[in-house]
Design a protein around this ligand. Structure first.
Ligand code: IPE
Ligand code: MG
Length: 232
């Protein structure tokens, strides 16, 4: 979800207003994804690099985060959304961590859509913590060295129990991954749009989905594969 700051600048507003409008855009998109029976939606809300922004902006983002959770979790629960947070949450203040835990517990049995919110997340962090967990398994004898393979590594990654993403949408015009789901996106279709995130509407989502539907996904093979998503 990129482009909040530029949106604010274009409108002569402080960056924090851009982030607030960005939260509104997310609310619209989540609702539309549930309606479209998307089974998993993962959003990059705050990266491990975002701490390097000015303190006032980081603070404003934390306030917005807490506020959004307070406002939205109950509604998401009613809509059958299961919430999950990925990233290193130890760095957030205790109240926010508590809110994340509570939201996950409340929605744990929902099955219509899983919404994964990446906070203080980085793809390299994810791979590093998985490598550390694997090393610990080997060291303690739970796993033989020969059993260290792709499957073993990926079982320790953040989205281990969820399908790899089919489609990545990046708003704001940049064409890069920016340390998002590095391992999990090996075969993800990448969609880039100039639209700044606060301007991202359901129409933009539908355009991206229509583009995705046209893709011929071969996964390194020759024949095309048709994938279906269903709301359980
Ligand atoms: C993305 O918008 C939101 C977060 C990283 C939280 P940006 O804040 O990166 O917006 P630009 O890139 O400055 O326009
Ligand atoms: Mg940006």
């Amino acid at each position: 979800m990129d482009g909040n700051g530029r949106w604010a600048k274009q409108h002569g507003l402080p960056r924090v207003i851009g982030h607030r409008r960005g939260a509104n855009a997310l609310r619209r998109v989540v609702r539309a994804c549930v309606q479209r029976q998307i089974s998993v939606l993962t959003v990059f809300a705050f990266s491990s690099e975002n701490w390097q922004r000015p303190e006032t902006e980081v603070k404003a983002l934390m306030v917005l985060f807490v506020h959004s959770l307070r406002r939205e979790v109950e509604k998401l629960h009613e809509a059958g959304v299961r919430l999950r947070f990925i990233g290193e949450r130890g760095r957030f203040d205790a109240a926010l961590q508590h809110r994340m835990d509570a939201a996950e517990r409340l929605t744990a049995n929902n099955s219509c859509m899983t919404m994964v919110i990446a906070v203080n997340y980085g793809g390299r962090w994810d791979l590093t913590q998985a490598a550390r967990a694997l090393a610990a398994d080997v060291l303690t004898g739970r796993l033989a060295l020969e059993k260290v393979d792709e499957h073993a590594l990926s079982s320790h990654l953040a989205l281990a129990d969820l399908p790899e993403p089919d489609l990545l949408i990046r708003s704001g015009g940049e064409q890069r991954i920016s340390n998002f789901l590095l391992w999990q996106m090996a075969y993800t279709e990448l969609y880039f749009t100039q639209t700044l995130w606060p301007d991202f509407r359901v129409d933009d989502l539908d355009q991206a989905l229509a583009w995705f539907a046209q893709r011929d996904r071969r996964f390194g093979r020759v024949e095309s594969t048709q994938l279906r998503v269903e709301c359980a």
